[in-house]
Design a binder for this molecule. Sequence first.
Ligand code: THU
Length: 130
Amino acid sequence: MLTTDELIDLTIKASQAAYAPYSQFKVGATLVSKSGAIYQGCNVENISYGLTNCAERTAIFRAISEGERAFSCLYVYGETDQPISPCGACRQVMAEFFEPEAEICLISKNRAIKKVTMAELLPYQFKSLK
Ligand code: THU
């Protein structure tokens, strides 16, 4: 099992692969599955800005496409003064796959961590079609 420090290092490394020519803002994500596997992601921008995919969703879609379904935690890193805060679209996608008690670790440029639960990140989430 990786330490918090190792997971932060991996997440910073993931951010270095970001394709962010428009915002110059590189984000990395590391997703840990319940089986212990690690999936990394970065943001991938597009000249049609709305098509941009955030680091969190890249990591989640990557894991899902590999057959994973159960996750224990997600680390997100951005070069921000305060721990980065995922966008609304990512929160909804995260809520699809994380239990309400799951830990989401948000990291700033000085490696400060803010730990929040999925339920804190997206309270009163949409989860029923009926
Ligand atoms: N971004 C992420 O990848 N994750 C976040 O949590 C916040 C924002 C990306 C999207 C875009 O490429 C850039 O950061 C600026 O918004």
